[in-house]
Design a protein around this ligand. Sequence first.
Ligand SMILES: Nc1nc2c(ncn2[C@@H]2O[C@H](COP(=O)(O)OP(=O)(O)OP(=O)(O)O)[C@@H](O)[C@H]2O)c(=O)[nH]1
Ligand SMILES: [Mg+2]
Length: 682
Amino acid sequence: MPLEPEKIRNVAAVGHRGTGKTSLVEAMLFQAGATNRLGTIEAGSTVSDWDEDEQRRQMSLAASLCHLEWDGLKVNLIDTPGDAGFQGDAIASLRVVEGALIAVSGVMGVEVQTGRMWSRAEELGLARVLFVNMLDRERAEFSRTLGHLQTQLSDRCVAVHLPIGVEHELTGIVDLLHMKAYMSPEGEREGGPVEIPAELADEVEDLHTKLLDSVVETDEALMERYLEGEELAPEEIATALKAAVTRGEIFPVACGVATKNLGTTALLDLLAEGIPSPADKETAIGVDGASTAAFVFKTIADPFAGRINVFRVLSGTLSGDSTLVNTRARSKERIGQLLELQGKEHHQAPEFGPGDIGAVSKLKETMTGDLLLDAEREVELPQLGFPEPVMSFAVTPKSKGDEEKVATSLRRLAEEDPTLVLRRDPQTGEQLLSGLSQIHVEVAVDRLRRRFGVEVDLHQPRVPYLETIRRESRAQGRYKKQTGGRGQFGDCHIVLEPLEGHTGYEFVDKIVGGVIPQSFRPAVDKGIQEAMQHGDLAGAPVQGVRVLLVDGSYHTVDSSEMAFKIAGSLAFKSAYEQADPVLLEPIMELEVTVPDEAVGAVNGDLNSRRGRLQGMEPRGGMTSIKAEVPMSDILTYSQSLTSLTGGRGDYHMHFLRYEEVPSHIAQKVIDEAKKEKEEAKV
Ligand SMILES: Nc1nc2c(ncn2[C@@H]2O[C@H](COP(=O)(O)OP(=O)(O)OP(=O)(O)O)[C@@H](O)[C@H]2O)c(=O)[nH]1
Ligand SMILES: [Mg+2]
């Protein structure tokens, strides 16, 4: 029998980088007896940061699934990366849980990713529990951090725990809900609850009342009895708290020290009691009428088991040895062995019931974001809402000849991580890899080396310049060659005209009286189009040109398609020179969101990048700035914005149109291109 949904709690640990999510998950697993030692980040021995790259960089790079048993419940824990470059996994994980456990540092309070993850969880209507961690550190303070949470996230953040002592003298925590204390186990398993220290009695009583007040405020019937002075049973309070947390009316704030395993018992109690079960809540993703449905939110490339898909069962029971339909690929997937994951460890599992989270290996086509159903049906795939990549690099193999291998391996990586985008620029021919941060792209390069044995270099991408003309011109192209026997002869006259908007290409055949036979005219067109691939200014493709083929001559024996192709290209080159050619550059539409106080600096910086401000809009403490900026000046924007805003700025951009490059800048690009061409010849 599969587990009943009432017996499951699904929780994703999210938050800013380095707030102790992985350490906290480690502590919970240890305290619940799912593991028998408390691993550390420093030793690279935690359950969830099992990947070599994670251990080397001492940070989470991917979502990791673990589970434990507490109070007869199965708690599925997803540890997610805090770094913005890897937030795709955090975003996807939030889609499959009922509760978000948001870790914050007791020193730093609310940070950039805290706010972002809070907003994501809010959009999804998730229950949110906060954990103020690292209270043993210097300058850590619970009450200040709580105030921070209340002003910056929500005034409905309510303390459910209280630390005993401060910084390195922290000795325990009080559970304000159950009115018990836990003393610091210093990294061992936490012991049972003890009496609240007498010197804290007054403060604790006060906070307990505050907590009760906020709970009963959310439940009218309870409120009435409470005001009449009736003693409420602990179960009644727990039920009301869970309901309020489920509806997002209370955000309980817990606290402790993850690395010492302090506060873990009370946190686990809180998750078990306060987070709704899959039975209590509709999932964010629903599939009408499917008896079995599972949503894949993560794909792991396992060095031994191959590709593993991690899924949440939306409805029905997923059993091993069954067949499901992948709705995107419209193909049947044979479900072989189901797996229960504990970090990198897999255990076979016969089935997963509704609301549970599990994994399966060896599916053929299934990827992150896919739905698996029991029968083919027209369904819309849930959109995970991943952020768009913000930085691009050109990737070249260290050794020549590896191009194909690099492309294939990068494609595999991009399949596993949808926020990693791979494309070839048709104009510059470069292989471009785009991601959410510098580390994001660098980690991909590390993986390329380690998993696929290919070494690559990263460069700034080339700007895909274009060329066009500004004036009408006319020229002749004549190709004549006499080599012993049969010669070559082609001759044409063309007129070039600029096209509106600098785009497109038209070829108009104006030949009268057959001065060039019909069969050779397409060859002229072909020759011109070939010549247009590399304009004479900077070797960039030419566009925005109409060609009129107006005159010419031929030779009955010596004329050929080849000869007319060459004649066409000669005519184009000569006409192009006289047509006042000009360089075009891509202009991007940029939208930057920055804290109000950074607006001046950000605008000044955009100005120095030839940016043109299009508008500004306030957004509650943040300002959204719209500007048009030439691509060449915004290639390295990510680093600048980070330093201008202390990491609190966000931006995205897309291609808008091509525009003429101002002449003083164009000359530099042209000189650069000439130099490169010379160097290539040597
Ligand atoms: N003093 C102290 N250090 C802690 C505590 N919790 C975590 N750390 C340390 O803080 C660092 C970051 O901890 P992690 O558990 O990796 O934090 P994380 O939130 O998982 O980090 P990312 O996955 O990179 O977002 C490590 O060096 C931990 O040992 C704590 O409660 N007290
Ligand atoms: Mg981590």
